[in-house]
Design a protein around this ligand. Structure first.
Ligand code: ATP
Ligand code: MG
Length: 421
């Protein structure tokens, strides 16, 4: 499943109303019957609705499903992508869509641009895509759980990630700026940096190591454990060391700055799996994060710290003695409820979502970060038709407004060369 924005320009306002109608119908129907689509789209006159349905089905934004009782349609991932893109475009968050820069196990990462030309990152959550492909038991499990559909879960993951990124950003943590969230997608600032994984040489491993351990401890002081703190989820920015700044002008290019005057600034990303320091497995997650950094620094930079730990006991002590704001509590208050957190966590465990951790274990020196992506679309779509789309009220609850918003044509959405590759 890839975002292919090309067809978005050719959709009419009616097509979008019908698409939003299918989405709204999916709240309580696994297969949305045609008359209901017609009614929910708010369009009078059947022929227009039928024309739109056939347009949307042709470009796979909805899929026809034959049910025992009646025929109807379901929304595909592509349809959900278009609805989210449409909303981002209406809210002037995204103007154009560029290249896909990453295919994570659970997401697609795409560079987009604002009308000012500023580049941003669109992260589309695709929870369960790997699991669907590889684990048959999961598929069977999901087939019998319509409310556990990956569309709903992907949306929860996006909501959770956005809420945490916002709370972290507002409290001074080095994370991207969260800009918007819609359905299963978020838009954030683009960090012009490489993941630690791709950095072959660090001038001062000790310094970076301490900074990362401090970050883990600081998160704990604010009540949080990242849970997937590793070389893929740390982007390393290069900046002129503040102490050496007077040697250079603001125009100096980084290439012209002496190595000794460059400071590495880690930026943390990827938050759907974050847990509270009160989580029953907090210690395990904390130790895993710490050990990940230790192991990586040893393997890659041959650096072993003389200082043991930090341990969870130290982190907890620190947290009790000198607590920061409880961000775990703040996020809950912001709308990502305990119930949602539990649902998402249960799903992630059951379909085997474990961040990058699973991949890492036997992945010794290879520097390639190949993710397997080929051929997964069909599988996903295929299982989708059977597991059903979100059917709880809150699945599409926020979208009433979007039905209207979607009804205007996406005239402004440009598609740059090479998109959808
Ligand atoms: N804001 C950003 N700026 C620049 N690059 C980013 C940004 N967000 C993500 N990326 C790039 O995309 C990659 C994947 O992003 P992310 O870790 O958020 O998703 P993911 O890998 O799918 O999650 P998972 O860890 O579950 O596989 C990152 O390693 C990074 O290279
Ligand atoms: Mg990641």
């Amino acid at each position: 499943m890839k975002l292919d924005p090309k067809a978005i320009r050719y959709l009419t306002s009616e097509d979008f109303r019908v698409l939003a109608g299918v989405e709204a119908g999916s709240r309580n129907h696994e297969v949305v019957p045609t008359p209901l689509i017609s009614q929910l789209s708010g369009l009078r006159g059947g022929s227009g609705v039928h024309r739109s349905i056939s347009n949307l089905a042709k470009i796979n934004l909805i899929a026809k499903v034959k049910n025992a009782k009646y025929d109807g349609y379901r929304l595909t991932y592509g349809g959900l992508d278009y609805l989210a893109m449409n909303a981002h475009q209406k809210q002037k968050v995204v103007y154009s869509v560029g290249n896909q820069v990453g295919v994570g196990k659970e997401s697609d990462i795409i560079v987009v641009a604002h009308s000012s030309g500023e580049q941003r990152i669109l992260k589309i959550h695709r929870l369960g895509r790997i699991s669907f492909r590889t684990v048959k038991t999961n598929r069977d499990y999901l087939r019998h759980r319509s409310t556990g559909s990956w569309m709903y879960m992907s949306r929860l993951a996006a909501m959770k990630e956005f809420a945490f990124m916002k709370a972290l950003r507002e409290n001074g943590f080095s994370v991207p700026e969260p800009i918007a969230q819609n359905r299963h997608t978020i838009v954030m600032s683009l960090i012009d940096a490489f993941p630690l994984r791709q950095i072959s040489k660090v001038p001062n491993p000790q310094g970076l190591y301490s900074e990362l351990m401090d970050m883990i401890l600081e998160l704990a002081r604010f009540g949080l454990i990242h849970g997937d703190f590793n070389e893929f989820n740390l982007l390393i920015k290069e900046e002129v060391d503040p102490e050496a700044r007077e040697k250079y002008t603001p125009q100096t290019k980084l290439d012209d700055v002496a190595d000794a005057d460059i400071r590495l600034v880690p930026v943390l990303i990827d938050f759907p799996q974050m847990v509270s320091i009160d989580h029953m497995n907090a210690e395990m997650y904390f130790d895993r994060d710490v050990n990940c950094v230790k192991r990586y620094f040893q393997r890659k930079f041959h650096f072993v710290s003389d200082v043991p730990g930090p341990t969870f006991a130290q982190a907890k002590k620190n947290f009790l003695k000198n607590p920061g704001k409880r961000l775990d509590v703040e996020v809950e208050a912001s709308g990502f409820s305990k119930k949602m957190a539990r649902e998402l966590e249960k799903y992630m465990q059951e379909v085997g979502v474990d961040g990058d951790a699973g991949e890492r274990e036997d992945d010794e020196e290879g520097d390639e970060e190949e993710e397997e992506t080929d051929g997964e679309e069909e599988d996903e779509e295929e299982s989708g038709s059977e597991s059903g789309e979100p059917s709880e009220d809150h699945v599409s609850g926020q979208n009433d407004q979007d039905v209207d918003e979607s009804s205007r044509r996406l005239e402004g959405l440009q598609v740059s060369e090479g998109s959808g590759q």
